[in-house]
Design a protein around this ligand. Structure first.
Ligand code: BEZ
Length: 190
């Protein structure tokens, strides 16, 4: 079973002719910028809520024990804060590979403290991809996150890194904070 989205994303050519454009990160892209960028700035997008509803069997889990990572769901009147990176189009091939497990490119309006709004891009995993897990009771999601590990590290660290990065930006996200509060203690500690 393949969830690989690279061919689909290559067909989304909207930004190909731009010298550079904004990529909005709302998950690991906030704290793990392992790609070249021209500049980065805290930013937000309106009408989207961050949710740990995407399964990860290639980064923060395995096919046998998938983790849960962030995606966005449409939510009128909700603002999602994150980090925007101005990148050159060539960088997308690298990001398509990193985010190939169900994430599709989607255009959004990226907004900045300056009042400026720019056409930008997110990687979005919708309910139409095979790795999508969707909602679950928060304690169940936290337990799944606490126990999943994958080639990129533990799912717990993914959640905690995101929570810390948001805190550094002065951002509170109820969903993220709720999951952190429900994480069971690390086995062998406490
Ligand atoms: C993000 O941080 O925006 C992101 C990270 C991984 C996959 C999709 C989006």
């Amino acid at each position: 079973m393949s969830f690989d989205t690279r061919a689909h994303n290559r067909a989304m050519t909207h930004f190909d002719e731009h010298d550079s454009f904004w990529l909005f990160g709302y998950g690991s892209l906030i704290w793990k910028a392992d790609f070249p960028f021209v500049e980065r700035r805290p930013a937000w997008i309106d009408g989207w809520a961050r949710r740990f509803w995407q399964g990860s069997h290639d980064h923060r889990g395995t096919p046998a024990q998938p983790g849960r990572v962030a995606t966005l769901v449409r939510a009128p009147k909700v603002r999602c804060h994150g980090m925007a990176y101005r990148i050159e189009p060539a960088v997308l091939a690298q990001l398509d590979l990193r985010e190939k497990n169900g994430y599709l490119r989607e255009r959004v309006a990226v907004q900045f403290d300056s009042g400026q709004a720019e056409d930008g891009l997110i990687y979005l995993a919708t309910e139409h991809n095979a790795a999508f897990l969707g909602d679950a009771p928060p304690a169940e999601m936290a337990a799944q996150i606490a126990h999943a590990h994958g080639p990129s590290g533990s799912n717990r660290d993914y959640l905690l890194n995101l929570a810390e990065a948001l805190a550094r930006q002065g951002v509170h996200d109820d969903h993220v904070a709720g999951l952190v509060a429900l994480l069971p203690p690390v086995e062998g500690e406490g």
